[in-house]
Design a protein around this ligand. Structure first.
Ligand code: NAD
Length: 499
């Protein structure tokens, strides 16, 4: 059985804890490898390596650091097919979608090539007599990232690219479900010229996470995953004095106004609801048509599209819309929530629970499900399902529709489909959600903007990537300097002001 260890100090290191987790190929249902689960001692070794490598890396000028990112981008492009194959094999998503996963991370690496510019401080000449004032952005030291299974390339890169471009050393604790790609990314960073020890990948479970959270060398933690764990990581990391930003789960609503182009809206819902089997934090999981006739027409358009979804293994290439769920447990959980929806009185218009893939009967596949008449009090409305299940909640008017995402506990993404500029503008202004789409179903900001949810979708300050990424991984030092030649001076007892 293939064993996946850690990547510490620029080298592959075997796991020594004696603990392993199975890594599946979700399409076949077979165990493909075993990933090592780090002990405290292994985590300590990685942190010591990072701490030893960080000062020299921070002292490397930002343009040289940016050149490593430039080369890394080239290498990602060179190895795109290999990365996508490894990613799909452990995650289950289609090859084109896996390439999207890599490319969305690559775009953040491209943004980080701008480090010399982004790290420039501010300067005020003559802030007082003989006084100049300037600020510097300095790296934090050793920082860590803890990432989820659903984007095993993109999210690690969202974390380590800005952190490293800023001069930090990084400990990545990726998901134990699909650990191969994060290690491949670390190998490419070394090939791109990153000094050994600046990027370390330590595989593990809760013990590895706790070792990061309690460690005193690590200065900051970036987390992405489910809300209960995000909340836990935020509380424990900040309790030990770390800077933390922890992004959690989601329940993304898309409002469809009566004036919307319904064909466009239905296509958007199919792609955003069922792409990657719904295992995206920006997946649309709730459609809110406004008015009975909009709702009836929408269901009529959606139902045949959901029935016609093409499901299969990633090896089937472009003929597949989405693949299996990540694990047997995830499959059982999603099917259980569909059962629960029926019990709660929602109308299951399309039932994908019994879908079986010929030749892949042990794979973790299920078909698309479509619910109508879902209401606010149902568990399937409150819970993040994270599967190929779209719920339609009917609203009588715009205010009633707006109130749904406004009062939901999650606040990651949302969208409105309308031809009316006033309504769209009002929605963007009043909604309490981090990322908003107007006739765009999955409004994931590009690398040079920032990504982050509100409410229970994000804990801590600042967003991921873009300028916020650089702020999170640096701290500001402000220098006031005075060269008093020619100025008469005496003791000053009053706080200096500009009066
Ligand atoms: P998860 O919370 O199970 O795992 C995330 C990370 O936390 C993994 O590295 C895992 O090893 C670790 N972990 C799991 N249980 C832990 C525990 N008890 N103590 C300490 N660490 C623990 O999430 P997942 O299933 O891998 O990913 C799916 C979730 O991530 C969904 O809720 C999705 O919405 C969310 N997500 C959010 C964003 C965002 O930016 N808001 C992006 C992608 C995914």
């Amino acid at each position: 059985m293939r064993k996946i260890g850690h990547f510490i100090g620029g080298k592959h290191v075997e796991g020594t804890s004696g603990r392993f987790a199975d890594v599946y190929n979700p399409a076949t249902g077979e165990v493909e490898a075993q990933v090592a689960l780090a002990s405290q001692a292994e985590m300590d070794a990685a942190i010591a390596n990072a701490a030893a490598a960080q000062p020299a890396w921070a002292a490397t000028n930002p343009q040289r650091r940016a050149r490593v990112m430039m080369k890394f981008v080239d290498l990602l492009n060179r190895d795109m097919d290999k990365l996508a194959e490894a990613l799909s094999r452990e995650h289950g998503k289609t090859i084109p979608d896996a390439k999207g996963d890599v490319i969305r991370g690559l775009e953040v690496a491209e943004f980080c090539i701008g480090a010399p510019h982004l790290l420039k401080g501010e300067f005020t000449e003559g802030a007082g007599p003989g006084i100049d004032m300037y600020s510097m952005r300095q790296p934090l030291g050793v920082v860590a990232g803890i990432t989820p299974f659903n984007f095993p390339a993109m999210i690690p890169m969202w974390k380590f690219c800005p952190a490293i471009a800023c001069g930090n050393a990084f400990i990545l604790k990726p998901s134990e479900r699909d650990p191969s790609v994060p290690i491949m990314l670390a190998e490419l960073m070394i090939e791109a010229g990153l000094p050994e020890g600046v990027l370390n990948v330590v595989n593990g479970d809760k013990s590895a996470v706790d070792a990061i959270l309690d460690d005193e060398t690590i200065q900051a933690v970036g987390f992405v995953g489910s809300t209960p764990i995000a909340q836990y990581v935020y509380a424990r990391a900040t309790a030990s004095g770390k800077r933390a930003q922890c992004f959690g789960g989601a329940k993304n609503h898309m409002i469809i106004m009566p004036d919307a182009d319904l064909d466009q809206a239905a296509d958007a819902l199919i792609g955003a609801g069922y792409g990657a089997a719904g295992e995206r934090c920006m997946a649309v999981s709730v459609a809110v048509p406004v008015g009975e006739s909009t709702a009836n027409a929408l269901i009529e358009k959606l139902a045949p599209k959901v029935e016609a979804l093409k499901i299969g293994p990633y090896t089937a290439g472009n003929d597949v819309d989405f693949g299996p769920l990540v694990t047997k447990e995830a499959l059982a959980r999603v099917k259980g929530l569909v059962d629960q929806g029926i019990k709660e009185g929602a109308k299951l218009v399309v039932d994908g629970r019994d879908f079986s893939m010929q030749g892949y009967e042990n794979g973790f596949f299920m078909g698309g499900c479509l619910f109508d008449n879902v209401t606010k009090d149902m568990d399937i409305y409150k819970t993040e399902i994270f599967g190929p299940v779209l719920s339609v909640v009917r609203a009588e008017n715009y205010e009633e529709a707006l109130d749904l995402p406004l009062s939901h506990e999650y606040g990651n993404g949302t969208a409105i489909f309308t031809r009316d500029g006033d309504t769209a503008r009002d929605f963007a202004s009043r909604i309490n959600i981090g990322m908003v789409g107007i006739n765009v179903p999955i409004p994931v900001p590009l690398a040079y903007h920032t990504f982050g949810g509100w409410k229970k979708s994000g804990f801590g300050d600042l967003n991921q990537h873009g300028p916020d990424g650089f702020k999170f991984y640096t701290r500001t030092k402000t220098v006031t300097s005075r060269w008093p030649s020619g100025l008469k001076d005496g003791a000053e007892f009053v706080i200096p002001t500009m009066k």
